[in-house]
Design a protein around this ligand. Structure first.
Ligand SMILES: Cc1ncc(COP(=O)(O)O)c(C=O)c1O
Length: 449
């Protein structure tokens, strides 16, 4: 095998040793820590590529977990953001641009009749849940296994699939994601497996009258992009209507990515509330909570509280105006979805030549690669699969100049710049071919050791 040159990340390693003295795990977010000798520090990004401080260049399929929909440092969006800087930041007052952006969102997403802004996906989902509780006068809510809705206490409950006996008929235990989540909150949350109509119906029968909301990511952006079926989401809509429960579709990752109108547009399902973030402004911090007029009017004095000092910051808002214009008026989303299709074809050619069984989940703009004949239909099926090939390959890919998340639950994200720069595809496929062979060799060696 033609051995690729080994990547040097000496400067990143030295930075880690310095940073860890001041920053927990040496990073600003726990998920950015990949190990004492594997954590990289970014110098800059441009288009579909990222450069680390050692000068290594990567084709980047994490894209900051999705926001860089056009590519890093997009000239058009950055120019708009600079104009937003001239406005002056935040005033604890409103600017005219809020309505311009809200009008664009309402045009692209019919369920977004009224719009409020937040700063992050977490904040938007938190506001959406508060809104649903205020509107319905109920406290409980329903989550879907494998979904992720941000780092706030109510959303940080999950089916403990890691600690679950996959051969048992019992459900995985519902546990808090982290220490520090009050156990008293557990009584408010119900969790159902994705794509089981029967379990959904049973749960609504048992708890429907106490639920404020069902919160669903129809394309699970933190779980291999596993998709809920259209029938499942439509049935959820029906049950929500029957029991007076609000349907919140969390499009923080899928929104303005899988289509102009998000996953709800592709599925033809109208939620009561939607949350967006990530792709809204190509990475500038802004998020959205939007929904039907009758629900959204609950944001008022004496209703559900909503606000925040930095909400609708002039820089992020200007970036959002330009980014959404591009996504709405140009073929950017087609370009990146076509690139995703081409990448899948190329990956399959490499894997098929070696007889490696695989499949894909999700949408071409954010897909999961899965080493089994059939992709998982829910989080439990992911657990039952063998993801060791992916986990091993991911680190080889990093060494070969491709950034993907080392955890196979995170999809690969495409951006417009990937599709516009011909060498992204060829560089990726060359690296994948080598990484696959290195993985096969390593796993073989480990087996015979
Ligand atoms: C579906 C979904 N909801 C909410 C969030 C939280 O967003 P943020 O990280 O901006 O707080 C995320 C983050 O990845 C997400 O994927």
């Amino acid at each position: 095998m033609d051995r690729p040159k080994t990547r040097v990340i000496a400067k990143s390693n030295a930075q880690f040793q310095k940073a860890v003295k001041r920053l927990p795990l040496g990073v600003a977010s726990t998920f950015r820590y990949w190990g004492d000798e594997r954590t990289i520090y970014v110098h800059h990004g441009k288009g579909g590529r990222t450069w680390d401080i050692d000068g290594n260049c990567y084709v980047d399929y994490r894209l900051g977990y999705g926001p860089a929909i056009l590519g890093y440092a997009d000239d058009r969006v950055d120019a708009a953001a600079r104009k937003g800087m001239d406005v002056g930041g935040v005033f604890a007052l409103s600017t005219e641009r809020e309505l311009i952006v809200a009008d664009r969102i309402a045009k692209m997403v019919p369920a977004a009749e009224l719009v409020r802004f937040s700063n992050s996906g977490t904040e938007a989902v938190m506001a959406a849940l508060r809104l649903a509780r205020a509107y319905t006068g109920r406290d409980s809510y329903l989550l879907v296994e494998g979904g992720y809705h941000g780092l706030f206490d109510a959303a940080m409950w999950m089916a403990n699939v890691d600690g679950w006996d996959k051969n048992s008929n019992d459900d995985p235990e519902v546990v808090a994601y982290s220490k520090g989540i009050p156990q008293t909150l557990k009584s408010l949350v119900h969790v159902v497996p994705n794509n089981s109509m029967q379990r959904l119906e049973d749960t609504f029968k048992q708890h429907g009258h106490t639920l404020a909301a069902m919160l669903i990511e129809p394309i699970q952006g933190n779980c291999c992009s596993i998709m809920a079926s259209v029938e499942y989401v439509k049935y959820a809509r029906e049950l929500c209507d029957k029991y007076g429960v609000l349907l919140i579709i969390d499009e923080v990752k899928s929104g303005f990515r899988v289509g102009k109108g998000g996953i709800q547009g592709l599925y033809g399902v109208k939620p009561d509330i939607t949350t967006f973030a990530k792709a809204v402004a190509n990475g500038y911090p802004i998020a959205i909570v939007a929904g039907s007029e009758k629900v959204m009017r609950t944001f008022k004095y004496g209703g559900a509280a909503h606000g925040g000092t930095y909400t609708a910051h002039s820089v992020s808002l200007a970036a959002a105006e330009e980014c959404l214009r591009i996504l709405d008026e140009t073929p950017a989303l087609e370009t990146l979805a076509n690139y995703g299709e081409k990448l899948k074809v190329g990956l399959s050619e490499i894997l098929n030549r070696r007889g490696i069984v695989h499949s894909y989940t999700g949408h071409p703009s954010m897909f999961g690669l899965f080493f089994a004949e059939r992709p998982p239909g829910n989080y439990r099926e992911w657990k039952k699969s063998d993801y060791s090939f992916y986990d091993t390959m991911a680190y080889h890919l990093h060494d070969l100049g491709i950034i993907c998340e080392p955890d196979s639950r995170e999809p690969w994200f495409m951006c417009e710049a990937h599709g516009l720069e011909a060498s992204c595809l060829t560089d990726t496929l060359k690296a994948v071919e080598q990484a696959v062979d290195m993985t096969l060799e390593q796993l073989e060696a480990e087996k015979s050791a």
